[in-house]
Design a protein around this ligand. Structure first.
Ligand SMILES: Nc1ncnc2c1ncn2[C@@H]1O[C@H](COP(=O)(O)OP(=O)(O)O)[C@@H](O)[C@H]1O
Ligand SMILES: [Mg+2]
Length: 333
C-alpha cells in the first residue's frame, strides 16, 4: 500500500487512475485546480493546485507531498510534466517519487506541428501536415492532399478541430483556428493504444482499442483488439521520440489499404500520459496503473501483468457525486 498523489482529478484519465489505485488499496490524494473536479470526491484526500503554467504550481505540489506524506506522484496532465521534472529533486527530498517522459519528448507531443515534423523525420507513417500562416503564403497548402483536418497547434481534447472537404473553405478554417496546422485526413478506423514503457525504453504493454464513439475528445464506446502492426508502430515511435512511462498513441487503421503497406496504419498523436479511455484497457486485464506505480517507485515493471484480452467492450454513462457540505467546491482562498 502506497500514498499516491494523482493530479488532473477532473479528467477522465485522472478519475480512472484514482479508481484503479483505490481499488488496489492505495491511499490516494487527488489534486486539481477545480474544486468541483469529480475525482477529488473519489479519493481519500484532496488538494487544490494552481494550473501548470502558474509559478506557484511546483511549490504547491511540493507542499501537498509534504503535508500528506506522499510516496509517489502521478500526473495525468502533460503540461504539468516539464515543471514537475524541474521540481524532481525537491520532490525526492520529501520522499516522493515521480516519473514521466523526458521534457523534450513531452514538448514534442504537446506541439502538434513539432510532432508532425518529428514523425516525418523518423520516417514514421503519419498524415502530411503543414503549418498554416493565416496571413501568409497559402501556396504551402497546395499540394497537400484533401480532404483536410484543421486543428490548433497546441490544441487538446478535440477542441477547435474542423474537417474540411472543399479547398475554398480551407482559408476560412485556418483563420478561425489559433495557430492552425492543416493535415490530410486519415482514412479508416480510429484507435488508441494505451502503452507502458520501462525506464530502459522497452515497451512492457500495448493495449489497442477502437474508438467506436467519442465525446469531447474522450472515447465513450470502444473495444480492445490486437494488431502486430500497431505493436511495431508503438515500438518505433517510442524509440524515435524517447518516450517513457505511461503514454497513449492515437491513429487510424485503413482496412482498404494493402494490410502489409507501410501506410496502412497511420500515427496521428501521442499523449505522454494516461488516456481518457484508460478504464477499458484496465478492464481488459492490463494493470497499467499498478505497473506504472511500480516503475515510479523504482521497481521493475512486469510485462506479464500488462497483457490484455481482445474483444472487451466499454460503453459509458454519466454518474453523479452528490455532496451535502456547503464548503465543498468553494474556491481556494
Ligand atoms: N489527420 C486526421 N485524420 C482524421 N481524423 C483526425 C486527424 N487529426 C485529428 N483527427 C480527429 O480529431 C481528433 C482529435 O485530434 P488530435 O490530433 O488527437 O488532437 P487532440 O489533442 O485534440 O486530441 C482525433 O481523435 C481524430 O478523431
Ligand atoms: Mg487526441
Amino acid at each position: 500500500v502506497n500514498r499516491v498523489l494523482v493530479t488532473g482529478a477532473g479528467g477522465a484519465a485522472g478519475v480512472s487512475v484514482i479508481r484503479a489505485l483505490t481499488r488496489a488499496g492505495h491511499f490516494v490524494v487527488a489534486a486539481d485546480p477545480d474544486p468541483l473536479a469529480a475525482g477529488l470526491a473519489l479519493a481519500d484526500q484532496s488538494v487544490l493546485l494552481p494550473f501548470a503554467d502558474d509559478e506557484r504550481f511546483v511549490p504547491a505540489v511540493v507542499s501537498a507531498v509534504e503535508h500528506h506524506a506522499v510516496e509517489a506522484l502521478i500526473t495525468t496532465v502533460a503540461e504539468e510534466m516539464p515543471p514537475l521534472r524541474i521540481g524532481l529533486a525537491s520532490l525526492a527530498e520529501r520522499g516522493a517519487a515521480f516519473w514521466c517522459s523526458p521534457t523534450a519528448a513531452v514538448s514534442c507531443c504537446i506541439d502538434k506541428w513539432g510532432f508532425a515534423r518529428a514523425v516525418e523525420a523518423a520516417n514514421l507513417p503519419g498524415p502530411a501536415t503543414v503549418l498554416a500562416d493565416p496571413d501568409g503564403d497559402r501556396s504551402l497548402l497546395t499540394g497537400l492532399p484533401g480532404p483536410w483536418v484543421v486543428k490548433p497547434r497546441f490544441g487538446r481534447g478535440s477542441r477547435d478541430i474542423s474537417f474540411v472537404e472543399e479547398p475554398d473553405e480551407l482559408a476560412w478554417a485556418v483563420r478561425r483556428t489559433p495557430g492552425a496546422i492543416v493535415q490530410t485526413r486519415c482514412r479508416g478506423r480510429e484507435f488508441t493504444a494505451d502503452v507502458l514503457i520501462g525506464r530502459d525504453g522497452a515497451v512492457a504493454g500495448v493495449v489497442p482499442r477502437w474508438r467506436l464513439e467519442t465525446k469531447a475528445g474522450i472515447s465513450t464506446k470502444g473495444t480492445t483488439f490486437s494488431d502486430p502492426r500497431i505493436d511495431r508502430l508503438v515500438g518505433d515511435t517510442v524509440a524515435a521520440l524517447g518516450l517513457e512511462g505511461a503514454i497513449n498513441l492515437q491513429g487510424f487503421v485503413d482496412d482498404e489499404a494493402d494490410p502489409g503497406a507501410t501506410d496502412a496504419v497511420q500515427l496521428v498523436e501521442v499523449n505522454p500520459r494516461f488516456s481518457g479511455g484508460l478504464a477499458l484497457s484496465l478492464a481488459s486485464g492490463a494493470d497499467l496503473v499498478g505497473e506504472f506505480l511500480r516503475g515510479t517507485l523504482g521497481l521493475p515493471i512486469r510485462p506479464e501483468r500488462c497483457r490484455h484480452e481482445d474483444g472487451v467492450t466499454m460503453t459509458r454513462y454519466y454518474e453523479e457525486i452528490i455532496v451535502r457540505d456547503p464548503d465543498h467546491g468553494a474556491p481556494a482562498p
